[in-house]
Ligand binder design. Structure first.
Ligand code: SF4
Ligand code: SF4
Length: 434
């Protein structure tokens, strides 16, 4: 019986980019004259950086993989991605206005890997989380930290965060042995026995013999989103307010597993990141570049110059963020750089939401996007979270793609989540101070 005249028809179908057999090997790029490593910081830590009171000082020599401690707190550190000399420690404002600490290092002539990088026997849960999150390909959901319940299932994902990137597929297909070694290392560090490899269906033959059960993913975006994978594994959706970690699930990408495999085998190249570079003429090239390399260095190697009105997007076309500074550096989780000519970028519309409902129909998380967007536009983030499912958003970007008024919905959602986190942190810090 039809009991509702209104229905949603998800006509928008976007597929992930596949990894064709004839795709050339990644182009290995040279080291820049200086790398920059970035880390989030609390307001108190930012003050220490501003007063030049960090433990790490300009002029110190560092080795690849060395833990660079900035503050007294043991579990706060950066892993150096090169061997060289620290040329500066300062504050930096990243995309969406995030305050970051920036450590600049001038690489030396010889590369020496720090023995501590291979010392995986002494990783406690908090530092293991910090350590693994600085390897190439980080997924944000590794719950080895805090008061979370023990992990009972580890999900290693060869699916991608966006439609035009292939980093994780590449790792599975070309670094399979290292992925398997990385899975073994993770099992040892975390004590987890149950591992699932989530792979796009056509790559399932590459996933055999890795000590993991294989979950086949659809090619339709955003099937590789951790919450959608969790739904497949658990047979039910996890409520938005509940972190997946509370269900005992931990996620990492195959690229991270391959980096751990290199660590297990004491190999070089741990901090090389594979990413898709899309040039202004639309050519897509797979490149291998050291984490911390400024984007400007990569652009110069490909003779790409930016003129007024051009855009740099870090990530893919649906989930990427605009980068304001060509010297912004390659992070562990940046799987793509899009260099876009001004005319290829759609201007944000001057219109407000016309309530057409397209965004609602395409949303895989069933967020009432049209209502949410009104509160986000007004900056009413608390109401957006409490009443309009801000936290349920998977950050897939389909709503922005579909929006007829060209409202940058995903950017507003990301900003809203960031502001809310900061507000909650202020309340916690305020409570502690009393
Ligand atoms: S980005 Fe938009 S479409 Fe995707 S889950 Fe979030 S609200 Fe829904
Ligand atoms: S697609 Fe855009 S204009 Fe249409 S309801 Fe959603 S936010 Fe409003």
């Amino acid at each position: 019986m039809i009991n509702n005249l209104f229905f949603g028809y998800a006509a928008l179908r976007l597929n992930y980019t596949g990894l064709e057999d004839n795709r050339p090997e990644p182009v290995a790029l040279s080291l820049p004259g200086e790398v920059s490593l970035l880390a989030g910081c609390t307001p108190d830590q930012a003050l220490l950086v501003a007063k030049k009171k960090t433990l790490l000082k300009k002029g110190e020599d560092v080795r690849t993989g060395q833990r660079l401690r900035l503050f007294e707190t043991e579990d706060v550190f950066l892993l150096s991605t090169v061997t060289g000399t620290v040329s500066g420690v300062g504050l930096y404002t990243g995309p969406l206005g995030r305050k970051l600490v920036r450590v600049n290092i001038v690489p030396g002539k010889e590369e020496v890997t720090d023995d501590g990088l291979f010392d995986t026997d002494n990783l406690d849960p908090a530092s293991a989380h910090k350590f693994i999150s600085q390897l190439p390909g980080r997924m944000r959901l590794l719950p080895l930290q805090g008061d979370l319940p023990p992990i009972n299932e580890l999900v290693v994902c060869a699916g991608e965060k966006d439609i035009s990137v292939v980093s994780n597929q590449y790792a599975l297909k070309h670094d399979g042995r290292r992925v398997a070694d990385g899975i073994e290392l993770l099992k040892r560090v975390s004590g987890v026995k149950k591992v699932t490899l989530a792979v796009p269906g056509d790559l399932a033959p590459c996933a055999g013999g890795m000590g993991a059960r294989v979950l086949s993913l659809s090619r339709q975006y955003p099937a590789a989103s951790p919450r959608l994978i969790a739904k497949e594994i658990l047979g039910r959706a996890v409520p938005a307010a509940k972190p997946l970690a509370r269900e005992g699930l931990a996620f990492i990408s195959t690229e991270t597993a391959a980096a751990l495999g290199r660590i297990a085998q004491r190999e070089a190249g741990v901090f090389d990141k594979t990413l898709s570079l899309v040039l202004k003429n639309g050519t897509s090239i797979l490149v291998k570049v050291r984490i911390g390399t400024p984007i400007s260095h990569i652009l110069s190697l490909f003779n790409q110059s930016l003129v007024e009105g051009d855009y740099l997007i870090g990530g893919g076309p649906l989930t990427g963020v605009a980068i304001h500074d060509p010297d912004y550096t390659i992070s562990p989780y940046m799987d793509g750089i899009l260099v876009c000519a001004g005319e290829d970028i759609l201007e944000n519309g001057d219109y407000g939401c016309i309530n057409c409902g397209k965004c609602v129909r395409v949303c895989p998380a069933r967020v009432p996007v049209n209502l949410l967007v009104r509160h986000l536009t007004r900056g009413d983030y608390l109401k957006a979270s409490d009443h309009f499912n801000l936290d349920s958003c998977l950050e897939c970007g389909l709503c922005t793609y579909a929006c007829v008024s060209k409202i940058p919905i995903l950017q507003r959602i990301k900003l809203g989540k960031m502001k809310l986190r900061a507000m909650k942190q202020e309340v916690i810090d305020g409570g502690r101070a009393q």
